[in-house]
Design a protein around this ligand. Structure first.
Ligand SMILES: *[C@@H]1O[C@H](CO)[C@@H](O)[C@H](O)[C@H]1NC(C)=O
Ligand SMILES: *[C@@H]1O[C@H](CO)[C@@H](O)[C@H](O)[C@H]1NC(C)=O
Length: 590
């Protein structure tokens, strides 16, 4: 769709003059689950007087325009390439139509929620947060809220198996949360794990040679243990000296109970990146997030040590997003919604300046996220791209799918399980590799095809080539027309991470995403230093003019769901995407 055409597509005003009474009782289902989401168990009905914050995602009046604009400004051959929107411009495109606001306000008022009970409206007004009791929410949404337990994270939440909205509201409200999305800050999977079988570089061993020149062969030690020196040599960033450090920033998203440790970072620098010793990162606390320095997190330390290890001296920000304390049945204290993506993204989008690169190493099976909820979260990533931020997500650590791969639609069909948010077409999903000379796809590298999001045009050629070559193999197990991921890859095995003063080996696509984020932060530095805008949403660029800026990874596979998984090969593949970044080559394309 062309931008100018898109602007003309106006709001289709729905007949608003219905009889006033009864219209709010005419409910129609919005979303329901066939079974309690995996990993959760029913405990009890939620207490009627328990108060919580309910977030309403009002239909965004010009979201198609926002997306059409994003596709133009991220297309390197378009005259408007790089012309990112201002915060206010992006907000005006996600704003609801005044009629949507009016009808939702009337509905809220009917339920005794006056305008002053609205505790928050997002900048664009598309997210409205109201404080309600369970009894109130149950009447509004024609549902039953229950307490559920997630034994793996020992967390209890108040959620519903289904919810409805008045028929008249359906076209005005996309999603209500918390309702049927059971994910929480703690239950989302971090995509890193300790690797006790990979012997870490000993704390006392001499530091590896940090002075590779770009033509020197990458040391063979990088086949088993990865340090910043390995990555800087492999991806050709060693010789680049950042200079736009006054404006350029890299952000790391961290969640509840994952704290990056400043002393560990110094130990790490002293061992592996001596020129960065003495520098640090900034911590920003979101929604009651903590910064407990006595409790270093594996994921948090991995992320921050490798983003800074590659992008130094680019300023890095660690966002520590908190959440409500565990649900306490007899407490009168209102708790917030504890919705990881919404809390964090709404916080970020409300800032006057947002880091040009963001990396996040969390995710879950796409099918465990309600469709409407996933669409709205994905649109928030589009909004971030529109204002010039590149959003990286790790692609997951279960290949084509972990555990039994059964569907949750009641039929228990075995299907490959795509991961969300990696499956959102507005994020850049990063898979994993291992070994050097050559690098190969690592077996846990998450990859596949979305069942929620159609294949975006930017990847249609690259992905159809793969799908055509695959023929009937795995037919029915994956969605041939879905958004395919990962988009690219980086090392994901044997990362040397300092945790509590000791070097550990850590693996996962959690390691790959910060690595790529570090490389792209340097590319942004290069652009900003030349007076150009940040790269913003990079997928249209990397699948077109910059596609040869990657080292194509041609072997390795990602088994899962009882299959051998996809196989990496020439060109794009669902194990390693387009390949691993070559900074020096990419520099010539940006
Ligand atoms: C990047 O480094 C590799 C060695 O790791 C080298 O083979 C390649 O030519 C380099 N790329 C460029 C553009 O110099
Ligand atoms: C593939 O994904 C698209 C986009 O969400 C969807 O419309 C379609 O139903 C999916 N097909 C299958 C077989 O899952």
């Amino acid at each position: 769709m062309r931008w100018s055409v898109a602007l003309i597509v106006g709001f289709v005003h729905l007949c608003a003059s219905k009889p006033l009474q009864r219209r709010w009782d005419d409910l129609a289902e919005k979303h329901s689950w066939a079974e309690i989401p995996r990993g959760w168990a029913y405990i009890s009905p939620a207490p009627a007087d328990y108060k919580f914050d309910l977030r309403l995602g009002l239909k965004q009046n010009k979201i198609e325009d926002l997306i059409a604009n994003l596709m133009e400004t991220s297309n390197p051959t378009h005259p408007r390439y790089g012309q990112h929107l201002s915060k206010a411009e992006a907000e005006s495109l996600v704003a609801p139509h005044p009629n949507s606001v009016a009808v939702v306000d009337a509905w809220l008022e009917h339920h005794g929620i006056a305008p002053e009970d609205v505790i928050h409206r997002s900048g664009g007004g598309d997210w409205v947060t109201v404080r309600v009791s369970v009894a109130q929410a149950e009447r509004m949404l024609g549902t039953k809220y229950n307490v559920y337990n997630h034994p793996a994270s020992s967390q209890q939440v108040v959620r519903a198996m289904s919810y409805s909205l008045p028929r008249e509201i359906h076209s005005h409200v996309d999603v209500v949360a918390p309702t049927t999305y059971f994910g929480t800050l703690r239950s989302m999977r971090t995509t890193s794990f300790l690797q006790p079988n990979i012997k870490p570089i000993e704390d006392t061993a001499p530091a590896p040679d940090l002075t590779f020149n770009i033509n020197a062969a990458v040391p063979s030690s990088c086949s088993t243990t990865i340090t910043p020196a390995c990555l800087r040599a492999l991806y050709n960033t060693s010789t680049y000296v950042p200079s736009a450090t006054g404006v350029n920033k890299l952000g790391v998203a961290g969640y509840l109970q994952q704290f990056a440790n400043r002393a560990d970072l110094q130990t790490f620098f002293n061992r592996f990146r001596t020129d960065a010793a003495g520098s640090s990162y900034t911590t920003v606390l979101v929604n009651g997030g903590g910064d407990n320095q006595a409790n270093p997190g594996v994921e948090a330390n991995l992320d921050i040590q490798y983003t800074t290890g590659i992008s130094f001296p680019t300023p890095n920000i660690y966002y520590s997003t908190g959440g409500s304390p565990p649900f306490i049945p007899d407490s009168d204290t209102p708790t917030n919604t504890n919705e990881p993506y919404l809390d964090w993204l709404n916080f970020l989008l409300a800032q006057s300046t947002i880091p040009q690169v963001i990396t996040t190493s969390y995710g879950e099976n796409e099918q465990s996220v309600p469709h409407d909820y996933a669409i709205r979260v994905c649109d928030l990533f589009a909004q971030l791209g529109s204002v010039g931020t590149t959003v990286f997500f790790s692609s997951g650590d279960s290949g084509v799918g972990g555990s039994d791969c059964l569907t949750n639609d009641g039929t228990r069909t075995k299907l490959f399980q795509p991961a969300f948010p990696a499956s959102c077409p507005f994020v850049t999903a990063v898979g994993g590799t291992t070994r050097v000379n050559p690098e190969i796809g690592v077996s846990f590298s998450g990859g596949g095809f979305s069942r929620y999001f159609l294949r975006p045009s930017y990847q249609s050629t690259a992905v159809s080539t793969f799908v055509t070559a695959l023929g009937t193999k795995f037919a029915g197990l994956y969605n041939t027309t879905g958004r395919a991921y990962p988009d690219l890859a980086a090392q994901g095995n044997g990362f040397q991470v300092v945790i509590g003063g000791r070097v550990n080996s850590v693996g996962g696509t959690s390691a790959s995403s910060p690595t790529v984020a570090g490389v792209f932060a340097l590319l942004n530095d290069f652009r900003l230093a030349h007076g150009k805008p940040s790269l913003g949403f990079v997928n249209p660029l990397i699948y077109s003019t910059a596609s040869t800026g990657f080292n194509d990874i041609v072997s390795g596979s990602n088994p899962g769901c009882g299959t051998t998984g996809f196989t990496a090969g020439k060109g794009w593949d669902p194990v390693t995407g387009l390949g691993t970044p070559d900074f020096l080559k990419l520099q010539t394309f940006v």
